[in-house]
Write a protein that binds this ligand. Sequence first.
Ligand SMILES: [Ca+2]
Length: 461
Amino acid sequence: MNKWFLYALLLIFAFDGSAQNQQPLKNVLFIMVDDLRPELKIYGQSHIKSPNIDALASEGITFNRAYCNVPVCGASRASLLSGIRPTATRFLKYNASIDEAGSGTQNIVEFFNSRGYKTISNNKITHLKNDIKDWDEEWHPKDVTWRNYQDPLNRTLDQNKKPAAAYERLEIDDSVYFDAQTADKTIDDLKKLKSEKSNFFLAVGFVKPHLPFTAPKKYWDLYDIDSIQLPKHSTFPTTAPAIAKHSWGELRHYKDIPKKGPIPEQLAKTLIHAYFASVSFVDAQIGRIINALDDLELRDNTIVVLVGDHGWSLSEHGLWAKHSNFEVALQVPLIISGPEFPENKKTNSIAELVDLYPTLCDLTQGEKPLHLQGTSLINSLLEPDKIFKSSALARWQKGETLIQDNLFYTEWTLPRNRVKRMLYDHSIDADETVNLAPLDRYASTVDDLSRKLKTFKKSFK
Ligand SMILES: [Ca+2]
């Protein structure tokens, strides 16, 4: 069938529910990777070795500009899965619950259940276990603690609630770690789903490269630590407001990480090495699942989504971990591959994680629930060379970031009506090193962005 004819059909199905009985429904394999920043070859960074993610990108559309709506695990996932944006009173913390979406919302699992799909969650999709009660099946690998250390000392420390290592490099089989077990379970599911002929929404949550960076040694060996460089700008911008800074307590919790001040250079390089190894480990597991999908001949009827829950600082701005309004904490990798989309394409049109739910409604020919606050990305999938969306809105605690084309504007409204602001123009300063907000010549730009931010906020409740 002619490719353009297929695109036209997909558009008709997307906007005309009456067509839904005329074509088999698409399955969805939804892969979420915890704390995966878009430091991947496909994003122009060459030192990460992720051949399986690269291959998936070559079979679909890569979003060069995808952003989370809140840079912390639980809140980001609850927002994505409910299709509702975070506000000052909703989706604030790592352990946010989808129940904060309030009544009258149909979460994405209910959406797929109502349409006869089999819905399965393998490991970390919601941050809290059983936060969504609607899955046909929710599965988690088992260990004494969630950190899943294998080194005996780390295990003992962790079980006694004492800080253990931030990374682990053991000559050990992949299968001892949760992510390999999650891939095993997912491959078994695909086989069953194929034989049952069920339509499925199969959600797979990998937990690396979240801390601690535990990856078998063979993945560390893919990298030469001497070739690992610290980011060009590893200090906090002197022009940025202090409120933009945080003390990255998430990393400092671990053994041998300084409780105050910067991380010594060699340790910083080791942590970056460990993060890379963890990404390569997860990449291998993703490859196993995609291979199974191909081997089972399910690919022609399955949409594959690969996404991270938020970004991560590896010492950019002198910061580590998530929890900030800098782009490095907000940007996520996003790849969508489906039988009817162009292959090996990238789009510069903006995407937000809150857009995924309406996108999956369109891609599976379902009517979008009225409560959804994002916008379907279907146009970007069909015509990746065009810009359909040029803004995004994210928040971290009291800081709200409006991304408008190349401008990244953050505003904090504090007690006694004090306002702190931060502005970066990515066309001249992609690393966000000089805060332009205090400069007179940017006063009208700041006013304009501040107005747009307030208008954007008024567009949803
Ligand atoms: Ca996360």
